[in-house]
Design a protein around this ligand. Structure first.
Ligand code: FAD
Length: 476
């Protein structure tokens, strides 16, 4: 029987990353019934990962999940260490020397590549850059996007593409009340963008939007959503896919595209055009992007495994700006196992599959870096619960393999290494300052966009914010 996790030998668990999977993992460990201390480690001073830097500013309700994360952070056995990058400020080995187990929850931050000539011409960006920029991520505050062109292409047909469409189409008046970065408001207020072409390599029945996001695009004021009847014609295999009762989202999407194909012209300022069965073959331009060539595809194969096959037919879309939104991938942390092909940490139900050369390590994983970039915020809760169930079942093994030194804490290690970490009280001060700056500007929040400014706010006065948030019924 394990002594670990009892009063005489509390278990110390490090969680790397403070996005949804990190907080849900912290909650599951803290609620495990064991005597535990949980340290959440975040590379930025500020917590919440993609809830802060991914979720679109015009979807504020979704960000209320941070109220739940706040309650988790306030648990007496949960600590927050912001401004600490694992692999740079502290090594994985050092983390193992002061924790019994480490749970990776560090997300999937890089992009998949198209591997098409000209992909990196000025004017061609990843959607990740644009999203992080308008959300005020410090690493992207100096990014620039040429919004002086009329035609923009978005490659990819998922919810991130829908977010980008809304930000390019909505009025600045509406956006300026949200927590969108001020630099984005300034740039968007001068935007000349008129047409947004949203391109997918497969057909209407395979588009990855959630139908709710599509309906939101259809309902945008002063913006017409279009699709073309000949591009949304269904194959026999599509009919089989759509007849599956679990595929109701695709049925609703196809219905939305049909409505768009029948919509009559109107005098809107902006248009969103959905194009299907097109794969980019080259990005053209002398000094910057001017057009993208596409091969027209047909679908081949059985229902649910139909693949896009290029035909001889081609199409070109002139554009001055492109956002590539074809998915995220994780990157490795030094000295940690990593599956390069899949871009994630290899695992079995959250237990990291370690190298044969060093098999006895207490490493676990959850969230996007465990399963790849799929699912909504709430998906990470079930995922983290699975990982922590595995961890708890491994208690005796963890005790046997632990490299934790009894007298070394993470706080003392960081102090020895002179890493200026931010604790949760510091975050409350940053939060407080952002909320009050937002109030002055008539927005829900005005985010700091530099780490230096965050650290200054963290080290100033004491938080005045009332942290008993009302309305905690938004469940994720
Ligand atoms: P993340 O949220 O990415 O958190 C990872 C954290 O780890 C980050 O804070 C990062 O800074 C930190 N980190 C990374 N490396 C290190 C390191 N070396 N050391 C320390 N810390 C590190 N879901 C919805 O339900 N609704 C939406 O509207 C929605 N919109 C989205 C919009 C976009 C643009 C994107 C990309 C995703 C969206 N999602 C949405 C999905 C949702 O955000 C994810 O499911 C969720 O954030 C994944 O959680 P995670 O904890 O695995 O990763």
């Amino acid at each position: 029987m394990a002594n670990l996790g009892t009063q005489s030998r509390p278990m110390r668990v490090a969680i790397v990353g403070s996005g949804p999977s990190g907080f849900y993992a912290a909650e599951a460990v803290a609620n495990s019934g064991l005597d535990v201390e949980v340290n959440i480690i975040e590379k930025l001073p500020v917590p919440f990962g993609l809830v802060r830097y991914g979720v679109a500013p015009d979807h504020p309700k979704l960000k209320k999940v941070t109220m739940i994360f706040h309650q988790i952070a306030e648990k007496p056995n949960v600590n927050y260490f912001g401004n600490v990058k694992v692999g740079e400020d502290v090594s994985l080995q050092e983390l193992e020397s002061c924790h019994d187990a480490v749970v990776f929850c560090y997300g999937a931050e890089t992009d998949r590549q198209l591997n098409v000539p000209g992909e990196n011409l000025p004017g061609s960006h990843t959607a990740t850059e644009f999203v992080a920029w308008y959300n005020g991520h410090p690493d992207y505050k100096n990014a620039t996007f040429d919004l002086s062109c009329e035609d923009v292409v978005i490659i990819g047909q998922g919810n991130v593409a829908a977010d980008v469409c809304r930000i390019l189409s909505k009025s600045v008046d509406e956006l300026s009340k949200t927590d969108i970065a001020e630099h984005a408001i300034e740039a968007l207020s001068k935007s000349k963008v008129r047409r947004i072409h949203v391109v997918g390599r497969r057909g209407a029945a395979q588009a990855k939007f959630s139908s709710r996001e599509l309906k939101e695009l259809e309902a945008l004021p002063n913006c017409l959503s279009r699709a073309y009847a000949e591009e949304i014609a269904l194959t026999t295999a599509d009919d089989v896919e759509l007849a599956d009762p679990t595929n109701y989202n695709s049925v609703a999407c196809v219905d939305a595209f049909k409505r768009m194909s029948e919509a009559s012209d109107s005098n809107t300022d902006k248009e969103i055009e959905f194009h299907f069965l097109l794969s980019p073959t080259a990005f053209h331009g002398n000094e910057k992007l001017e057009a993208i060539s596409f091969a027209r595809n047909r679908l081949a194969g059985d229902a649910f495994s139909q693949a896009a096959e290029a035909t001889d037919s081609t199409q070109e879309i002139p554009c001055g700006l492109c956002f590539r939104s074809i998915g995220y991938r994780g990157k490795p942390i030094e000295d940690a196992p990593f599956d390069e092909r899949r871009g994630l940490v290899p695992n079995e139900k959250g237990r990291v599959i370690c190298d044969e050369s060093n098999p006895n390590r207490n490493l676990y994983v959850s969230g996007w870096i465990k399963r790849g970039p799929s699912g909504i915020i709430g998906t990470n809760r079930a995922d983290s619960i699975e990982t922590v169930e595995t961890l708890v079942a491994d208690l005796e093994r963890i005790e046997r393999n632990s490299k934790a030194k009894a007298d070394l804490t993470l706080g003392s290690l960081l102090q020895q290494k002179r890493v200026p970490y931010v604790d949760y009280e510091h975050w409350k001060r940053i939060d407080d300052a952002e909320l009050s700056m937002g109030k002055t500007l008539g927005k829900s929040r005005n985010k700091f966009t530099s780490v230096t400014d965050m650290l200054i706010a963290a080290n100033s006065g004491v938080s005045q914010v009332d942290y008993d948030y009302p309305g905690q019924s938004e469940a994720y």
